[in-house]
Structure formats: structure tokens, C-alpha cells
Design a protein around this ligand. Structure first.
Ligand SMILES: [Zn+2]
Ligand SMILES: [Zn+2]
Length: 264
């Protein structure tokens, strides 16, 4: 299994996950031109993608979706609620998938997990490689971490997880009070501290890579997110690699592109 964030942050999100010959895109916040360019950096052509998983309907996750589906005819896997909230998709491409119902795609299985976020029926994504059993969990827009999500993300091999804001930077930052309140709410986004709580719960010896995602460019710094996660992980059995995903370049949890990285 391999994965990389093609774009991650408040402006656009898209993550590539590959198991053997099967390729998934999780979210499609990039337009076809930039998406094609970023995929090429990962050695992948858009036509070879088997399906796109949509976590929720916010524009930073679907901006390029309708165009990409029209161009490359990808099946669109998401909850019925999210699919009903996205317009411009051909009906025959839609694959409504309830929470907790595994869906086999090529050499992997996808399962959607409920998350608290201010969207219609938002989801975290769990990908399991059929042959090796390797598991990747991805969740980037959630206001708090429900117990069911911590449980679903136990014993992962790979984790892509939101570390949206530093609480102090958000409080003292440029956003108006209503927007600050939305981000900090139970259905907004996770702070570095909240992300640390989740890491504490799911870190284990077998967790190989953690990619911190959806960092706010206004209310966070990669070094703050990284240091907060690092401080937590150092107190656990985790011995894998940690990195922050970036908005404008392809980010691998290990190797080129990641802004910061460290093997503990
Ligand atoms: Zn969102
Ligand atoms: Zn988002």
C-alpha cells in the first residue's frame, strides 16, 4: 500500500491511495489540470484511477469532482447524504455506501465511518488491502473524535489525520468571531491538541506512517502541528514516520515533498 496527499488544507484536498494495481482518490478538490500534474508526480495517470471516495460536500473536497468524473468516468463512492448534496454528477456513476458497510474495489476494501462535521453525512475512510490486510485510516474534517472513530482507527498501518489549527493562533488570528467559533466547535475542525488525543489512543508499534493533514495556513504552522504530534507519539510505542501534508505540493509521509519528517 502506498499513499500521498496531492493537496491538503483549507483550499483543496485530494489524496491518492494505491494497493497493487488498484488506485483510489479520496476527495477531488483540485481541477483536472493541477490534479493531472500532481498525479504525474506520483507516477499515476488519472485514467488509471478506479474510484473516487468523497468524504463530504464542502467545496475544498469536491471543487474538481464533476469535471473529473465527466472526463475519466470514475465511480463515486460516498454516503447517500453526501451524494445528494453534490450536483453535476452522472447518476450511473454514483455508488451510495452506508457507514460501516465494506465495499470491495479491486484489491482493496473501503469502509466509511461517521464523523461529526457541519456537512450532510460526512465520513472518515478506512481502506484495507485485501491480500496483505494492511489498513489505512483517513479523516480530515471533524469537530471532535467520537469513540467509534478511535475504535475504527485502532491497529492501523497508515494514518492520514487532520491537525487543523493551533488553539492560540485561532483565538488571536484574523478570522471573525463567528468563523473562529465554527472551526473550534464540535462539528468544525480539530486542533493540534485534539489530534494529539487521538494519536495517543491509536498509536501502536505497527503504525508505520502518520501524515498530518488539512493544516490551516492562517491558524497553524507545520512546526506547531508536527511538534505537538511528536511530543505525544514519543510517549507511545510508535516507531514510524511522521510528516505534515502541504497545500501546494505532493506530500508523501516518507520521502520527498513532506515539509517536515521524522522517524522516531
Ligand atoms: Zn469540511
Ligand atoms: Zn475541508
Amino acid at each position: 500500500m502506498r499513499f500521498c496527499a496531492l493537496a491538503s488544507g483549507s483550499k483543496a484536498n485530494a489524496t491518492l491511495v494505491e494497493v497493487g494495481a488498484t488506485r483510489l482518490l479520496v476527495d477531488c478538490g483540485l481541477g483536472p489540470r493541477i490534479l493531472t500534474r500532481r498525479l504525474a508526480e506520483a507516477g499515476v495517470s488519472p485514467a488509471s484511477i478506479d474510484a473516487v471516495i468523497v468524504t463530504h460536500e464542502h467545496v475544498d473536497h469536491i471543487k474538481g469532482l464533476a469535471q473529473a468524473v465527466a472526463k475519466w468516468h470514475w465511480p463515486v463512492v460516498s454516503t447517500a447524504g453526501t451524494l445528494s448534496a453534490v450536483s453535476g454528477l452522472p447518476r450511473e456513476r454514483l455508488m451510495p455506501t452506508p457507514y460501516g458497510t465494506p465495499r470491495a474495489i479491486g484489491e482493496l476494501t473501503v469502509e466509511l465511518v461517521a464523523v461529526p462535521h457541519d456537512a450532510t453525512e460526512p465520513a472518515a475512510v478506512l481502506v484495507t488491502a485485501t491480500r496483505s490486510g494492511a489498513r489505512l485510516g483517513l479523516s480530515t474534517d471533524l469537530g471532535h473524535v467520537p469513540d467509534a472513530l478511535s475504535a475504527a482507527f485502532a491497529r492501523l498501518d497508515y494514518l492520514v489525520f487532520e491537525s487543523n489549527h493551533d488553539e492560540e493562533m485561532l483565538r488571536n488570528g484574523p478570522y471573525p468571531p463567528f468563523l473562529q467559533a465554527r472551526i473550534a466547535s464540535d462539528t468544525g475542525h480539530l486542533s493540534n491538541r485534539q489530534t494529539g488525543d487521538l494519536l495517543q489512543r491509536v498509536a501502536h508499534k505497527g503504525l508505520r506512517q502518520v501524515l498530518l493533514a488539512h493544516l490551516s495556513q492562517q491558524n497553524n504552522e507545520p512546526t506547531l502541528a508536527f511538534d505537538a504530534a511528536c511530543a505525544v507519539l514519543q510517549r507511545t510505542a510508535f516507531r514510524g514516520a511522521l510528516a505534515c501534508a502541504a497545500q501546494d505540493v505532493v506530500s508523501f509521509a516518507l520521502g520527498r515533498g513532506a515539509q517536515l519528517e521524522m522517524s522516531l
